[in-house]
Design a protein around this ligand. Structure first.
Ligand code: GDP
Length: 426
């Protein structure tokens, strides 16, 4: 079986968690390959409703190993809290491993994230303040700490003694915050290491062996293609690549092994934080879609922030699927649209009076206006449908219109937040 990646083709919050939870049924290992606890995947299954942040979405299947790959930002305390909650709430056997090459969100990353957002004031990025940007900055400055380094006091001290002076200059002189003490930091990190040690593995060896043994690997992306630092709406992006192609790096599987890329696509658009959002709906119509969206309104699973919402954007989604290398699409949250008489779909942009079909870079995107084609609504509840044929003709046409506009086959339609509300198209 080829390695399968479940990734987002939009701005995130497309319902990847639900799809991963479903597909994990047949997976041996589910792997997060980027990002950290800034993710918010909501899954609803027989054990209840879970907002997972760091833990991969295969965690509710007792047979599944869940791995945080080398590309993940590991907040050890957050990971332990999430696991404890899962156990407490009856998840049968949450089995989570952490790559020894994954790096640790250090105590100052979260604080620097918060302080920097506060310093920027109105120009803030809308960070989830989970420390992700300072974490990746330190990683590429080569001053990050790998999980496998948390077990040796002398080694840790040697790695940190040149790092802390730089952090402390920033803290004291840019942010007016108290300096950190090396001894205390080393002590704190050793304590975290002790707590996570039994979960730490050589992920490369694990995955190579799994591939040799024909095991089924599921790669779980966080956020969506339009948040990719290279291909997304920079600078309104995240700090690691949510593209399936990056899983070769962030998980450590050979590029040729990833044979199936499921691009999760929302039946309408939603976007958290700042940045250009061409099909945004404001006013009462936007408020109504926000309240009706998701499983309980479009509010961030990590932050509770209201999400911006809008009509389906085929230009952005076509691009998102292209950079993801999508082999199939899952169209999610279709049930949400059942209240509408008609459904505008953005099929092209207009920039400076000219039609644009390819998703432009941010500087041009900021001037883009949507061109809509309007499809009829179906005006009924479709959440009970269990086959494509059971959907009303107008809902089927809407899905087919998305498929034609994006140019990727739709293999799944999600018509409710629960695991079983998923239609497989043949
Ligand atoms: P992810 O980050 O891509 O996993 O997405 P989120 O979990 O942040 O957001 C998706 C939201 O929509 C969650 O609240 C899900 O429970 C919910 N959801 C997922 N699929 C569907 C669906 O088909 N219909 C409805 N109504 N809600 C869904």
């Amino acid at each position: 079986m080829p390695v399968t990646a479940v990734v987002g083709a939009n701005w995130g919050d497309e319902g990847k968690g639900k799809l991963c939870d479903y597909l994990a049924e047949t997976a041996d290992i589910v792997i997060r390959f980027q990002g950290g606890k800034n993710a918010g995947h909501t899954i609803i299954n027989q054990y209840g409703k879970f907002a997972l942040h760091l833990v991969p979405c295969g965690v509710c299947h007792a047979h599944t190993t869940n791995l945080l790959g080398p590309g993940v930002a590991v907040d050890v305390a957050a990971l332990l809290t999430e696991l404890a909650e899962l156990r407490e709430r009856g998840a049968p056997n949450p089995h989570v491993l952490v790559a020894d090459r994954a790096q640790v969100v250090l105590p100052w990353h979260v604080e620097l994230d918060r302080l920097e957002e506060a310093r920027r004031g109105a120009a803030k990025f809308g960070s989830t303040q989970s420390g992700i940007a300072p974490f990746y900055a330190d990683k590429y400055l080569k001053v990050g700490i790998q999980v496998g380094e948390l077990f040796d006091a002398g080694h840790l001290r040697a790695r940190l003694e040149h790092t802390l002076p730089r952090i402390n200059v920033l803290r004291e002189h840019l942010y007016d915050a108290a300096p950190l003490c090396l001894d205390r930091v080393v002590e704190e990190l050793l304590a975290l290491g002790a707590k996570v040690r039994e979960m730490v593995v050589d992920a490369t060896a694990l995955l190579q062996a799994a591939l040799r043994d024909g095991k089924h690997l599921l790669l779980e992306g966080q956020l969506g293609a339009l948040r990719d630092p290279d291909h997304g709406i920079y600078p309104y992006v995240t700090s690691s690549s949510p593209l399936a192609g990056f899983a070769t790096v962030g998980a450590g599987v050979p590029a040729h092994a990833i044979g199936r890329v499921v691009a999760t696509v929302k039946a309408y658009s939603s976007c958290v934080g700042a940045g250009p959002f061409t099909t945004e709906l404001t006013g009462p119509r936007g408020d109504e879609l926000r309240e009706r969206g998701g499983d309980a309104g479009e509010y961030g699973a990590t932050t509770g922030r209201p999400r911006r919402v809008g009509w389906f954007d085929a230009v952005a989604t076509r691009y998102g699927c292209a950079v993801q290398g999508a082999t199939e699409m899952a169209v999610t949250l279709l049930d949400v649209l059942g209240y509408l008489d008609e459904l505008p779909v953005c099929t092209a942009y207009e920039v400076d009076g000219r039609r644009v079909d390819d998703f432009p870079a941010t500087a041009v995107l900021e001037r883009a206006r949507p061109r809509y084609e309007t499809l009829p609504g179906w005006k009924c509840d479709i959440s009970g449908a269990r086959s494509f044929g059971e959907l009303p003709p107008a809902a089927q046409s809407y899905v087919r219109a998305i498929e034609a506009a994006v140019g990727v086959p739709v293999r799944w339609v999600s018509n409710g937040p629960r695991r079983e509300q998923l239609i497989r198209l043949t």
